[in-house]
Design a protein around this ligand. Sequence first.
Ligand code: DHB
Ligand code: MG
Length: 231
Amino acid sequence: MTNQHNDLTTLQQQTQTRHEIEAAITSIFAAEDEALRSVLADAKQAGLPLIQISPIQGKLLQLLATMCNAHKILEIGSLAGYSGIWLARALPPDGRLITLEVSPEHAQVVQNSFKKAGVADRSEVRVGNALDLLPQLQSEAPFDLVFIDADKPPYPQYLDWALRLTRPGSIIVADNCIRRGEVFRQPEDEGTAGIAEYNRRIASDPRLLSLALAMDDDYTDGFAISVVKHP
Ligand code: DHB
Ligand code: MG
């Protein structure tokens, strides 16, 4: 056997090990129920892109929401409502999730998803451009957790709003902050540039304590998690 063959076999074994570990963690800690599975099937049926967070990320959102005793959660970018369900399920009965969605068609899917998952009573979809809707949320602030997972170029502006709409101890999470490492190289498109700027800002803003964590797409993408520090 050649060295090259050995190297390839080792890489394949490592890939398989990573997949086995992720599957085991998902099954033990983050198993989807019938509603979550059904919502994904509906999203596929409706032709929505299948770019939702992983179950492990969903469970992490629940963990973070519970850690900050979240009663009010803001999500920027609903997609099919999959992440919204994970978030809303971490709320107490009198809690509230507000999720912002630019597409009226997607918002309809989200509404149905929330009904299916039994969280429609504590969840609200607002339709429009997030940068138009965010200023209207100031009377409903502070939010205990903000989850950013919308279009990528305005991520820095979403961060500005997240900081305006939170309190010390609130948690701000953004998806897709690693993107195959592209965000750490010279950005080649506006989306990557937006995320790169987001990462730079959360890493250096004295109001935040932050970390990007590789956890999705075979450890090539993941959340950046920040907590708003006490002054
Ligand atoms: C894209 C957007 C996402 O939020 C994601 O998780 C993956 C991909 C995209 O726009 O390609
Ligand atoms: Mg995403």
